[in-house]
Design a protein around this ligand. Structure first.
Ligand SMILES: [Zn+2]
Length: 544
């Protein structure tokens, strides 16, 4: 999948427009299992040079200060992570090199002479004249969403830790003898790739099948594998760079966790499943997905039926600002906006800009790691040829919620899958290993679905799966259980050793009455096991 290439020849530096030469070389990436990769610096988009005019190639090579050879043409730096004429054509003009016109070849030579001048087009800024706006979104390291994200994180950290410009960080990274240590898991990536290249995973073979993305973390807070797109379409890094609305997947993070930590709810306390805006308004709001309202229900039932009414009521009590603040400061979401303090954003996941699958998986990980949050980490250390540290990532750590609350949330999310009325039961693993998780669905103004998600954990991994179109088209023709079934396929292929989550010693269990939510007595006919903080058991059932 990755092109191995080690290239060392002087080219015009990206940063200073031709004043000094810089040698670009492939950094060596060491994965978690000790295997190594060369970060690709060549032939990302193969070019058939026999069909191109030699004069064009020569002028581009010359502008870059390189001799005219096909190998050089494949290796010229056109900006951050853009090596070679083939990739540069796709990134800057949205077409293959064979389709460039004369003016575009001239522009390509200009870029090769002074890549830094075109940097703004690549970082979302204003594109210089003659540059295709779509170019900004083209993948810079095709076929490897993980390494794309890893390089972005390294360059970001390097600029902060070494107080240097992005161009300088990029030069340092691609210097000879650089080594990158990563938590990347080749075996988990192979499992993800297998599922994403097998179209039977998507149970639909129509040409219009939607896109998908997936981010997998381990319980150390490291990102270990990514899928950027379905059917080999990695034009966008949908797991890391693209943001998505997440629907009901937001509820455990923005609503149930803060409501639990603030004592508003317990595992089985009674909440009202009735619309809030039914007096004096034309329509009941919010609607539950199945249009069924059950009146007084327990918290666990509200969550596993993914009720919309209950989160709306809880956000109203908590205050949308407080929910938003919790997600930003404790759960590490960096792309939420102030508009997301709105009730429909915090209760139902209709977000202003959305979140990445990477940050979503990192946030859910707290339920499997005793409430501790760790910022998603793609590398641990970058060193130069002399062993000097160029950048390091310790993974920002904090105790987001107490270990006891994390365990109560863990069990609430477990019932989503383990109970037969749980909405996410299709994520159950065949070997009986415990799974916790939550589905999510986003619909448009006409009520048609546009995005579907599942975020789930095993005791060792957390993975967030998204399905939808890049342009938010309707996906009503696909099965609603699909994200959970893709998640399940990945985890069934994954190397798993632990089958149960570890209980928290400060949480006690007790049977509760499903009708009243109180401690079950001898007269209660329908009971389930609840999880409560020590000394905070519910009152005895008052209905039987
Ligand atoms: Zn009872």
């Amino acid at each position: 999948m990755l092109t191995a290439a080690l290239l060392c020849f002087p080219l015009t530096a990206c940063s200073d427009g031709g004043k000094a030469a810089h040698e670009y070389a492939s950094p060596t990436v060491t994965a978690a299992d000790g295997s190594t990769y060369e970060l690709p610096v060549s032939k990302l988009y193969p070019v058939d040079y026999s069909g191109l005019e030699a004069d064009y190639i020569a002028s581009v090579c010359s502008a870059a200060g390189a001799e005219y050879t096909e190998e050089n043409a494949d290796s010229i730096c056109f900006g951050e992570n853009i090596f070679g004429i083939g990739l540069a054509s796709v990134v800057y003009f949205g077409k293959y090199a064979s389709r460039l016109d004369t003016s575009e070849w001239k522009k390509l030579a200009e870029i090769a002479a002074s890549p830094a001048d075109f940097a703004s087009a690549l970082t979302g800024g204003r594109a210089p004249d003659g540059i295709s706006p779509q170019a900004m979104y083209a993948s810079r390291i095709p076929d490897s969403a993980y390494f794309d994200a890893m390089v972005e994180e390294i360059v970001r950290d390097m600029t902060a830790q070494r107080n240097c410009a992005r161009e300088k960080a990029f030069e340092l990274l691609y210097s000879e003898g650089v080594t990158i240590e990563t938590p990347f898991s080749p075996s988990m990536q192979a499992a993800v790739d297998k599922v994403y290249t097998d179209q039977s995973s998507f149970s639909d073979t129509s040409d219009s099948f939607p896109q998908s993305a997936c981010a997998v973390t381990d319980m150390d807070g490291s990102v270990i594998a990514l899928a950027a797109g379905n059917r080999g379409n990695t034009a966008y890094n949908r797991a890391y760079r693209t943001l998505h609305p997440i629907g009901s997947s937001i509820k455990p993070l923005s609503v149930y966790t803060p409501a639990l930590t603030r004592g508003l709810i317990s595992f089985s306390s009674i909440v009202s499943d009735e619309p809030t805006m039914n007096e004096g308004t034309p329509q009941a709001w919010p609607r539950n997905y199945n249009r069924v309202y059950d009146g007084d229900i327990t918290v666990t039932y509200a969550l596993r039926q993914s009720k919309n009414t209950v989160p709306v009521r809880l956000v109203t009590e908590l205050g949308g600002e407080n929910c938003l603040s919790f997600m930003r400061s404790e759960l590490g979401f960096t792309t939420l906006t102030d508009k997301d303090a709105d009730t429909s954003a915090m209760a139902l996941g209709y977000l202003d800009r959305g979140v990445s699958m990477t940050e979503l998986a990192a946030a859910y990980s707290i339920f499997g790691r005793q409430g501790a949050y760790s910022a998603p980490r793609f590398y641990t250390r970058v060193t130069d040829k002399n062993g000097n540290v160029l950048a390091k990532s310790d993974g920002e750590q904090r105790q987001a919620i107490s270990s006891a609350d994390a365990w109560i949330m863990n069990r609430l999310l477990y019932y989503n899958i383990s109970k037969d009325d749980g909405i996410a039961m299709s994520a159950r693993l065949d070997d009986g290993s415990e799974v916790i998780g939550k589905t999510g669905t986003v619909d448009n103004d006409s009520g048609s679905d546009t995005d579907r998600l599942f975020v789930g954990l095993t005791p060792e991994y957390c993975a967030a799966v998204w399905i939808g179109y890049d342009d938010a088209s309707v996906i009503d023709h696909t099965e609603y259980k699909l994200p959970a079934s893709i998640w399940k396929r990945i985890m069934e292929l994954a190397d798993r050793k632990v089958s149960s989550f570890t209980p928290d010693p400060d949480v006690v269990t007790a049977e509760y009455c499903t009708e009243s939510g109180g401690l079950a007595g001898s007269g209660c006919t329908d009971t389930e096991t609840g999880y409560y903080r020590s000394g905070a058991l519910p009152y005895p059932c008052d209905k039987h």
